[in-house]
Design a protein around this ligand. Structure first.
Ligand code: ZN
Length: 133
């Protein structure tokens, strides 16, 4: 893993959260993107070499809707950049981590991604993400 690529934050309302995070970080988001397969609208803020990803549900079945229902708004996941996601998945499985999707999937921001179950990482949902070439 090479750096913290982004921190994902679950929000109820993307538009109002965009204003809050623009004020916090001192600059506007640089991108909005919908990931239809995940039922989320996202927006991204650059902060140094890392990013903040705001996530809002687009339907009640979305994992983000369920997360907010259970735990309220807040930090949803931490994403680590990896150079070779398949190799990292193999390595982490051998280390005993539970990988939620062993076949990497398309994520927002031109990434292929995989998640680790929070139970295997002390309650934190971990995302691995590799830049698509
Ligand atoms: Zn993410």
């Amino acid at each position: 893993m090479t750096k913290i690529e982004h921190i994902g934050i679950a929000v109820k309302d993307l538009e109002s959260a965009n204003k809050v995070y623009a004020a916090l970080l001192g600059k506007p988001h640089y991108k909005v993107e919908s990931v239809e397969s995940e039922g989320v609208d996202t927006s991204f803020f650059q902060c140094g070499e890392s990013k903040i990803e705001l996530l809002a549900a687009t339907n009640p079945e979305s994992p983000i809707a369920k997360f907010i229902e259970k735990r309220g708004e807040g930090i949803h996941h931490i994403a680590f950049a990896v150079d070779d996601i398949e190799a990292e998945i193999d390595r982490l499985k051998k280390e005993g981590f539970r990988v939620l999707n062993e076949t990497p999937k398309q994520g927002a921001d031109n990434k292929i991604i995989a998640f680790l179950h929070p139970k295997s990482s002390n309650g934190v949902l971990v995302e691995l993400c590799q830049e698509r070439n």
